[in-house]
Design a protein around this ligand. Structure first.
Ligand SMILES: Cc1ncc(COP(=O)(O)O)c(C=O)c1O
Length: 384
């Protein structure tokens, strides 16, 4: 019998629920992927580069054109000038970026703080680095809808072993976002510590109600200790492409690249050229994403007006949390599976992202779907 390096890790909930949805023919609002295609112009650029010889290894850190386009976007949106040669690395989706960032700084016995519900790739990556994950639950307000960081609890949790703090705002699955004061509070707390920060910002372009995305990149004081990871999968309706990037100061990017060059070495070449072209020629595409997804959110929530679910429209991401306390007292994991099998609608239970199942009777539904799918899903949900 092999002694597993990750004895507690099973198949991710996304695979489990998507498979169950496929097996049972249920409407799949579980895993977060759009039901619509990437922009046509971007697809045409890929075709162009596929047929123009861009088919061999790309440079390890990413093609210069794409790194420059990412740096330009960062300057434009976050006001931060980054050195595209030394501070931007293209990676295989955010998942690889998060993995390399964690391996780059976490040593055996180090502690890493995550906020629950926490995306499920963090803890296994921390364990493989020999680190120990410390979970801090996000606080929920009295109405039960607003999630936020308990900064005092973070301050109280940091000790000599704390090496890294992972934040994820816009937050999957709750849709919580950072306010300007949150960045200041974070800066106050880490000021006299040796902690690094890893910010998972894959939903950076999907924030609603005219709220800005408060990237860690916008904070000067935090810059020296941060690695910021994002993904083009969410931005271009192309989760299957697995292209993302990591922005970090030079000394951290150097360590990041040492891991990246042996994890994947380099990333799909024609996709990199195509994304670079598209970012340069149409920077407006990601600017219309908030309006695009806000319309989806409002449509989906509107369809649920007559349902027995409790909800408050998400502040960000393409996920809506629904509270089913009026319908059932079943544990969320059981209920999500039961509703997939028996009611034909698949969702993601929140408790699997938490050390303590503090999140209670809540399920996550992905609204990055065409309206017909949302209507069919809502019909089932309203019947519950
Ligand atoms: C919070 C969060 N981080 C990371 C990822 C992974 O992104 P990618 O598909 O680019 O690896 C996802 C994907 O759903 C996510 O929701």
């Amino acid at each position: 019998m092999i002694s597993s390096k990750l004895p507690d890790v099973g198949t991710t909930i996304f695979t489990v629920m998507s498979q169950l949805a496929t097996d049972t023919g249920a409407i799949n609002l579980s895993q977060g992927f759009p039901s619509f295609d990437p922009p046509q112009e971007l697809l045409e650029r890929i075709n162009h580069h596929l047929n123009s010889g861009a088919n061999q290894y790309a440079p390890m850190a990413g093609i210069p054109l794409l790194r420059t386009a990412i740096a330009e976007k960062t300057r434009r949106l976050q006001g931060r000038t980054v050195d595209s040669d030394h501070e931007v690395t293209v990676c295989c989706g955010a998942t690889e970026g998060l993995f390399c960032a964690i391996q780059a700084v976490v040593r055996a016995g180090d502690e890493v703080i995550v906020f629950d519900p926490a995306y499920d790739s963090y803890e296994p990556a921390i364990a493989l680095a020999g680190g120990i994950t410390r979970h801090i639950p996000l606080s929920i307000d009295d109405d039960g809808f607003e999630f936020s960081v308990d900064w005092q609890q973070l301050a109280d949790s940091i000790n000599d072993k704390t090496r890294l703090i992972i934040v994820n705002f816009p937050h999957n699955p709750t849709g919580a976002i950072f306010e300007a004061a949150d960045l200041d509070r974070l800066a106050d707390i880490v000021r006299d510590t040796d902690c690094y920060l890893l910010s998972d910002e894959v939903y950076e372009h999907i924030v609603f109600d005219n709220a800005p995305h408060r990237s860690l990149l916008s904070n000067d004081e935090l810059w020296e200790r941060m690695m910021v990871v994002s993904s083009f999968g969410k931005t271009f309706h192309a989760t299957g492409w697995k292209i993302g990037y990591c922005i970090a100061p030079k000394y951290l990017s150097e360590e990041f690249r040492k891991i990246h060059q042996f994890a994947t070495f380099s990333i799909n070449t024609p996709m990199q050229f195509a994304i670079a072209d598209f970012l340069m020629s149409d920077p407006g595409f990601y600017e219309q994403l908030p309006a695009f997804y806000q319309e989806k959110r409002d449509y989906f929530c509107g369809l649920l007006n007559e349902s027995r679910f409790g909800l408050r429209p998400a502040h960000s991401t393409f996920f809506q949390i629904l509270n089913y306390s009026e319908i059932s007292s079943e544990v969320d994991l059981e209920l999500a599976q039961q509703w997939t099998r028996e009611k034909g609608i698949a969702s993601i239970p929140l408790s699997v992202f938490c050390e303590e199942p503090f999140t209670g009777t809540r399920l996550r539904f992905c609204f990055a779907k065409d309206n017909a799918t949302l209507e069919a899903a809502a019909e089932k949900l309203c019947a519950l």
